[in-house]
Each structure stands twice: as structure tokens, then as C-alpha cells.
Design a protein around this ligand. Structure first.
Ligand SMILES: CC(C)(COP(=O)(O)OP(=O)(O)OC[C@H]1O[C@@H](n2cnc3c(N)ncnc32)[C@H](O)[C@@H]1OP(=O)(O)O)[C@@H](O)C(=O)NCCC(=O)NCCS
Length: 243
């Protein structure tokens, strides 16, 4: 059981980090894995009422990995903390399955209440480096938090949040994200350059239609006033390449 869980953790890291080359490398060189395994011990001690031992294991893990996970934090399967340094996961945090956190992510509290005061992260959430998620808020499944964002409110499923305070840049999709996007990048997002070119083509078509109307109007006025028509050989501005 524990070995299966460990193997899943290692495979998750191999899948999500293009820099990881082998299981041996992951076992020896990934502080995210060391922190998660030590958290299992700390959490087990905490659950048995050995709270000081739990805190002590957590403290040692922090010294070894730079990742501070409170022993009471509820962490799902296949958490991947990449690089690790400066990550803080508070006491009442809850993290779903297949979550990825980069360095400097903080799941922190903003009150001294003794109850729930840290965030809840759903499944497949990705938090970019330096993101701060503060308070007893919920980040729903598949959401992506940009690097250095400060999130203070609930985030809907599949949303991308950036900035301080964080704002949503991509509407939540009904379809939940199931595949991991390395570094939060989504290959299915529309290409912004293609969108800009599409918009320009639309504008050019509108302008051509308007110019054609004006040319007709001018030709009518010339005819009324007996002014000779524009040279037939002169190319019209609307006769450019079709876009
Ligand atoms: C948030 C993130 C997931 C968005 O990626 P994306 O979906 O490809 O979005 P885009 O790059 O198209 O950016 C969308 C908009 O958000 C802005 N944006 C993206 N990331 C941002 C960030 N971290 N902070 C502020 N604004 C950001 C972009 O400038 C763009 O703004 P615009 O629409 O006004 O031009 C990604 O930028 C990110 O921060 N990933 C984390 C990566 C990381 O931490 N890597 C560390 C590895 S060690």
C-alpha cells in the first residue's frame, strides 16, 4: 500500500517534470518527494496525538527541503512540489489529488481564528512560482494560479488567475481539466496572434465595404455635376487581395 503510493508519487514527478530522467534520480534529488514522504510520517504522528513529534518531523523536513508542511495539513495523492524552496502549506489547508506547486507557493491564513483558515485546493490545480493563496477559500478543480498571483477569493473550476489581487484571465470551462499542463501552459488555448489577425481581417472587410459605398456615392455626385468620372484604369482601393 505505502509502496504503491510512493511509486505513484515518483511516477507523477516523472510525468510532470520534463527534467526528471529516472526513478532513481527522483528518489535521490527531488525535495518535493522528500517533503511529501516526511509529511506522511508527521501527519501519522499528529493523528496519533504525538503532536510535538509531528511538528519536529515537519521542522526537519523544512530544513532539508525548504518546504514547510504543517503536520495537520490534509494532502491528496500525487502532490508534486517542484523545486520546493519557500513553499508553505498551513495547518488547515486541504489539497486534492494531482496538484502541482512550484517554488515559493504559500497556502496561508489571514486570521487568527482557530478553525479553518487556510485554502482548499481541488484536483489538478497548478500554482505557479511565488503564488500566494490566502484565507479559507476554495480553488476548484483544474484551476491554474499564475506565478506571483495573490488569490484572496474562491476560484472556479478550470479558471486561470493572475495578478495582485488575482483576476481571472480565462473563463472557466465546463469541461474539467484532466490532463496536466506543465507550468500551467494550455496548448488548447486560442492563439492570441491568430485572434488578432482574425480581428484585423474583419476590420479590413468592413472598411472595404464602406469605401465601396463611398466610391459609389462620389461617382453619383460626379455624374450629377457633370464632372468626368475617375479614370477607369485607376485601381480601386477595394480591389486588394482578398483576406
Ligand atoms: C498563469 C499562466 C498559467 C497563464 O498561462 P497561459 O494560459 O498560457 O496565459 P498567457 O500566457 O496567454 O497569458 C494570458 C494573460 O495573462 C497574463 N499573465 C500570464 N501570466 C501572468 C502572471 N504570472 N502574472 C501576471 N499576468 C500574467 C499575460 O500577460 C496575458 O495578459 P494579456 O491577455 O493582457 O496579454 C502562466 O503564465 C503561469 O504563470 N504559469 C506558471 C509558470 C511557473 O510558475 N513556472 C515556474 C517553473 S519553475
Amino acid at each position: 500500500m505505502i509502496f504503491k503510493r510512493l511509486a505513484d508519487e515518483i511516477d507523477a514527478i516523472l510525468t510532470r517534470d520534463p527534467a526528471a530522467r529516472s526513478r532513481v534520480e527522483v528518489v535521490l534529488c527531488y525535495p518535493g518527494l522528500h517533503a511529501v514522504v516526511l509529511h506522511w510520517l508527521a501527519n501519522a504522528a499528529w493523528g496519533r496525538g504525538w503532536k510535538l513529534l509531528g511538528r519536529l518531523i515537519s521542522h526537519v523536513a523544512r530544513g532539508l527541503t525548504g518546504i514547510e508542511i504543517h503536520p495537520a495539513a490534509d494532502i491528496g495523492r500525487r502532490l508534486f512540489v517542484d523545486h520546493g524552496m519557500g513553499v508553505v502549506i498551513g495547518e488547515t489547508s486541504k489539497i486534492g489529488d494531482d496538484v502541482t506547486l512550484y517554488q515559493g507557493v504559500v497556502l496561508g491564513g489571514i486570521s487568527l481564528d482557530e478553525g479553518k483558515r487556510h485554502p482548499t485546493l481541488g484536483n489538478n490545480v497548478v500554482c505557479g512560482s511565488g503564488a500566494k493563496i490566502l484565507g479559507p477559500i476554495t480553488i476548484a478543480d483544474g484551476a491554474r494560479i499564475g506565478s506571483n498571483a495573490v488569490v484572496l477569493k474562491d476560484v472556479p473550476a478550470g479558471a486561470t488567475m493572475v495578478g495582485v489581487p488575482a483576476r481571472q484571465v480565462v473563463r472557466a470551462t465546463k469541461k474539467e481539466r484532466s490532463e496536466f499542463c506543465a507550468y500551467g501552459q494550455d496548448p488548447d488555448l486560442p492563439d492570441p496572434v491568430a485572434r488578432a489577425i482574425d480581428a484585423m481581417c474583419g476590420d479590413i472587410a468592413t472598411m472595404r465595404a464602406r469605401i465601396a459605398e463611398l466610391e459609389d456615392l462620389v461617382a453619383g455626385l460626379r455624374a450629377q455635376r457633370g464632372v468626368p468620372a475617375v479614370d477607369e484604369g485607376e485601381p480601386s482601393i477595394i480591389a486588394g487581395p482578398q483576406l
